[in-house]
Write a new protein. Sequence first.
Length: 95
Amino acid sequence: MEQFKALYSFEKRKNLADSLKEKYPDRLPIIVMKAPNDKFAPSLEKQKYIVPSEQSFGEFVYSLRKNMPKLDSGQALFYLVDNTLIPHVMPIGHI
């Protein structure tokens, strides 16, 4: 799967995010990609999500894991935002 940044210019990504924020003011657009050098995590069916800003990061992670049928329940996944691990109790809107 191609990296989202490589497929769309910054201006196009910003315009998409702005239009989604205008249409859904209480939600945040999120792009999820697996690391380019990762060989173990299964691919996601979709990369773009619109998430309520008050939803916890843990709830979002749970919904992502449900959409990875090939993922073993014992497999650990690490989610980084700007190379920082996010606490699962933090609301999405505070990240």
